[in-house]
Design a binder for this molecule. Structure first.
Ligand code: ADP
Ligand code: ADP
Length: 225
């Protein structure tokens, strides 16, 4: 089964104004295990809406979202939330780390919430930090880290509970170009090592070209590039 199979998604935001915005107009995408797909879209095209629906944070008006072959649109909200926590990792343009906790703790906490023991969670957090080159920053709080380091920690947090699907919305969009390239390398290595299915939205066509395939969002649908 594909890890993610979204088909015929439509979504309209009811703004209360006469002309409603139909953001998705039949968007479809299939992502196989281990495949990294670049999602290229100008801002306002509906990429966040698409990623939120694919990641079970929002529901479409029509269409289906299947994860590992199971139709999520038929599940109760409660069940869908449980599947999301166990299956999907998110990365945003801004790291959203908890400021009062260290880098390590930011990666440990979601594991504890998911039922892991403290020792296992710490070992896993350290291993992840090591793989993205910031193990020496484990005991620092986010404010003491560079932008690039903060994003690396956010990648580790997204993968803390071993999701099968990673959704990233401009994961290096907040960094200067040099830092962005290096941090992006770290992300690609991490994703490849883990064998995750990933959808990574980016405006950067050079970064997009390094993924397995590219889809462009235009007019509320997705087309292969
Ligand atoms: P992108 O991530 O590509 O910039 P979004 O999915 O955030 O695009 O938004 C697509 C369109 O939908 C935009 O025109 C945006 O203003 C509109 N939109 C997004 N969220 C809402 C909302 N909650 N209510 C009304 N309109 C929204
Ligand atoms: P990266 O490429 O990971 O973003 P930088 O080249 O921006 O790293 O930063 C180099 C070093 O400077 C990093 O090891 C980081 O710890 C340190 N540093 C950067 N910004 C800050 C900051 N605001 N506070 C403390 N240290 C910082």
């Amino acid at each position: 089964n594909p890890t993610l199979d979204i088909a015929g998604l439509t979504k309209t935001y009811n703004t209360g104004l006469p002309n409603e915005v139909q953001v998705l107009q039949g968007a479809s995408l299939r992502v196989q295990p281990g495949e990294i797909v670049a999602l290229v879209a100008p801002s306002g095209a509906g990429k966040s809406t698409l990623l939120h629906i694919a990641g079970l944070l929002d529901t479409p008006d029509t269409g289906t979202v299947a994860i590992a072959g199971e139709d999520m649109t038929r599940l109760s909200d409660r069940r869908r939330t449980a599947v999301r926590r166990a299956t999907v990792g998110f990365i945003y343009q801004f790291h959203h780390l908890l400021p009062e906790f260290t880098a390590l703790e930011n990666i440990v906490l979601p594991q504890l919430a998911n039922g892991a023991g403290a020792q296992v969670a710490e070992a896993r957090a350290m291993a992840l930090l090591d793989r993205v080159g910031v193990a020496d920053r484990a005991s620092h709080r986010p404010a003491a880290l560079s932008g690039g380091e903060q994003q690396r920690v956010a990648f580790c947090r997204a993968l803390a509970n071993e999701p099968s699907l990673l959704l990233a919305d401009e994961p290096t969009g907040n960094l200067d170009p040099d830092t962005s390239d290096r941090v992006f390398d770290a992300l690609m290595t991490l994703v490849r090592d883990t064998g995750l299915a990933a959808v990574i939205a980016t405006h950067n066509l050079e970064l997009a070209a390094r993924m397995d395939r590219q889809v462009r969002m235009t007019g509320g649908v997705l087309e292969s590039l």
